[in-house]
Design a protein around this ligand. Structure first.
Ligand code: NAP
Length: 325
């Protein structure tokens, strides 16, 4: 299969183009990550979505550098996203973490750097534990008193210093975005949130559009990604790959259900970053913009909305009371 021409979306603050289809790095195993990234580049992926929390940034970097060394791509052909973890929200830690992550990747800049969650947790020195995860001491989730405006101002400095070309946010609600915009000198280029037919986020996306913030969907296959980590409710839902609305459209277009789910999102102007540890599926996912769903097919997804949010820290953190440090 030859590499497809992937459409892109323009990021308003800089005019930079972001591919509408990229590759997600969460749960890409450390031992396979360098090879997976290399093969994904060879297959035609140009956008990679990483994070401190995924614990595989060094290995992903090895994949990038091997691909660059072998002449498959140049650095400027790649669009590399990473994220600020919750324990680094204080102004004195934002650049510290971004520089560490860049060093891990062996990169000079990120194309996009996102605040991973609007949640500020107590600092953990990378020398003590990295990535730090949610629990401060393996048990307690300890919040710290850092306002989002402070974190955002430190993110803006990353742009000033050339460490990130664009900055953005993830897992922010409309209200939190409005609050952030109040003091933003540089507006967020991208909002990355969970999005699939069971969680369509229509109002939030309408608001993002009004504010010229591009949207990236994560977990485009809904509960699928959460089965392997035993998330509550993931196994009980009808798998989207088996939902008759999806299988019927897949059959009509002679496509895989996964491709239909990705096309439903991209046809709404939403970027996608599917992850796969399997070369065949990874190829399928990239080839998701070379067919179109009809208006009627797009509309048929409306009835799948369930407000089903898998990645909701309020649900999966088992200690209900956060303690301010
Ligand atoms: P996803 O891409 O929706 O789904 C991944 C799951 O689907 C895996 O079980 C994968 O299995 C399977 N799969 C992939 N392609 C398939 C295909 N063509 N046919 C059948 N099964 C397929 O899940 P995700 O990892 O949750 O989300 C994607 C990316 O979004 C992440 O990697 C990460 O970069 C980002 N993300 C961000 C946040 C955030 O808080 N900002 C949260 C979650 C995810 P195989 O690997 O075996 O193919």
């Amino acid at each position: 299969m030859s590499a497809p021409q992937t459409p892109s979306v323009e990021l308003k603050p800089t005019g930079q183009k972001m591919p509408l289809v990229g590759f997600g790095l969460w749960k890409v195993t450390k031992s396979e990550c360098a090879n997976t990234v290399y093969n994904a580049i060879k297959t035609g992926y140009r956008l990679f979505d990483g994070a401190c929390d995924y614990g595989n940034e060094k290995e992903a970097g090895e994949g990038f550098h091997r691909a660059i060394k072998d002449g498959l791509v140049k650095r400027e052909d790649l669009f590399i996203t990473s994220k600020l973890w919750n324990t680094f929200h204080a102004k004195e830690h934002v650049a510290e973490l971004a520089r560490k992550q860049l060093a891990d990747y062996g990169l000079e800049y990120f194309d996009l750097f996102l605040i991973h969650f609007p949640i500020s947790l107590k600092y953990v020195d990378p020398a003590t534990r990295y990535p730090p995860g949610w629990q401060y001491d393996g048990k307690e989730v300890i919040q710290t008193n850092v306002p989002h405006a402070e974190t955002w101002a430190a993110m803006e400095k990353l742009v000033d210093e050339g460490l990130a070309k664009n900055i953005g946010i993830s897992n922010f609600s409309g209200g939190l975005i409005i609050d952030l915009l109040r003091s933003a000198r540089i507006r967020p280029a991208v909002l990355q949130v969970e999005h699939h037919p069971y969680l369509q986020q229509k109002e939030l996306f309408k608001f993002a559009k009004l504010e010229n913030i591009a949207v990236t969907a994560y977990s485009s296959f809904g509960p699928q990604s959460y089965i392997e980590i035993d998330f509550p409710g993931a196994k009980d839902a009808i798998p989207l790959f088996e939902h008759e609305t999806v299988t019927k459209i897949a059959k009509t277009h002679k496509r895989e259900p996964a491709q239909v789910l990705l096309r439903w999102a991209t046809q709404r102007g939403v970027a996608v970053i599917p992850k796969s540890n399997n070369q065949k599926r990874l190829e399928q996912n990239l080839h998701c913009c070379d067919f179109d769903l009809t208006e009627e097919e797009m509309k048929s997804f409306d009835s799948l909305e369930q407000g089903m949010r898998m990645n909701n820290p309020g649900n999966y953190l088992d200690r209900p009371i956060y303690i301010f440090a």
